[in-house]
Write a protein that binds this ligand. Structure first.
Ligand code: APR
Length: 318
């Protein structure tokens, strides 16, 4: 049955290929396009994924396409409802996400120019790092309305926080609710006041120093995986988060998710891409959802906004 929905994933590395698999297995899109500049890689992965359809039982067609640096081959993304940008280098052990800034800015700029040209009505979900800066850059280059360009970080960081809490208390992940806001980096703001286990505040279950340990582990969640892998960075949890966002967009779901969104007055913060909760639908961010925070959490969120603001302004020159 045709759904009329089309998604594109740019970058057929670990993050892009797992995101494509998840999107295809939702069986929500008619077509999921996977592109990369490495000749044959997206086509090969698409063929492989399509051959999994009889076993997994989905009808979505995956189309792989190699694109040239000058943009040739991008016609294949025409008509996409959502484009997930995963192109870019991942971290190596010891690197911060910010170390990727210059090299990934060139890649994201090239991708964004072509997305603007060939999929002018798409909602763009950026996942390339450093996330907050690459999201801002993609919006600047595409000149899409800000609500139509968002970044994936908060869902992943929140999932890591939840997983860490569940592991520490030996409870199912489904019993735990957590939240992280702020940046996808050093000024990430895990929000303990919004964390519950079976409805009980986390603060009633663990002493402050143990909560702080979980916050620190969450903030370093990406680096913890990078250090173990030694080559490349995490992709299972990140792709789950990105695919879930793409799904909320395609389904016009109105789901409230932690994402990197343009903030315009919420929490007394304006003019910056920042990790906040937002209602997600076919137009991208329908609205930023403002929930009560403690004074220290609000202060940390404002600090995060100032930390990323200057860097986001700088990306225009990269
Ligand atoms: N256009 C399309 N694809 C590109 C381009 C480009 N201009 N430049 C690079 N790529 C592709 C690479 O060829 C590679 O296949 O992006 C892919 C990146 O894949 P990986 O190296 O496996 O990296 P991955 O783990 O997928 O991470 C991608 O997500 O989490 C972030 O920090 C991470 O920025 C990184 C991105």
């Amino acid at each position: 049955m045709s759904t009329g929905k089309k998604a594109t994933v740019v970058g057929a590395g670990f993050y892009g290929s797992t995101t494509t698999q998840r999107l295809a297995e939702y069986d929500l899109f008619d077509t999921v396009v996977l592109t990369d500049i490495i000749e044959g890689r997206p086509e090969g992965l698409a063929l492989d994924l399509n051959q999994s359809r009889p076993i997994e039982g989905f009808e979505t067609t995956v189309v792989g396409a190699t694109t040239g640096r000058s943009g040739d081959g991008y016609e294949v993304i025409e008509g996409s409802d959502v484009v997930v940008v995963t192109a870019g280098l991942p971290r190596k052990p010891g690197m911060s996400r910010m170390d990727l800034l210059e090299v990934n800015a060139k890649i994201v700029r090239q991708v964004a120019e072509n997305v603007a040209k060939y999929a002018p009505n798409a909602v763009v979900v950026v996942v390339s790092n450093p996330l907050d800066e690459m999201t801002a850059l993609a919006q600047q280059v595409t000149q899409f309305p800000r609500h139509r360009v968002l970044g994936q970080a908060g869902m992943l960081d929140t999932a890591r926080f939840t997983s860490n809490v569940a592991q520490a208390l030996a409870v199912p992940v489904s019993a735990v609710k957590t939240l992280t806001l702020g940046s996808h980096g050093d000024t990430m703001v895990p929000v303990p006041s919004r964390c519950t286990v079976n409805g009980a505040p986390l603060a009633d279950l663990l002493p402050p120093d143990k909560v702080e340990d979980l916050v620190v582990r969450t903030r370093n969640g990406g680096a913890e995986v990078v250090a173990l892998l030694k080559t490349g960075s995490a992709y299972y949890a990140p792709s789950a988060a990105a695919a879930r966002m793409a799904r909320a967009i395609a389904e016009d779901a109105g789901a409230v998710l932690p994402v990197c969104a343009w903030v315009d007055g919420e929490y007394g913060i304006s003019g910056v891409y920042l990790g906040v909760e937002a209602e997600i639908g076919a137009t991208g961010v329908r609205r930023v959802v403002e929930n009560p925070l403690t004074e220290p959490e609000l202060a940390a969120l404002r600090e995060a906004a100032e930390a990323v603001r200057a860097k986001q302004a700088d990306v225009a020159d990269l």
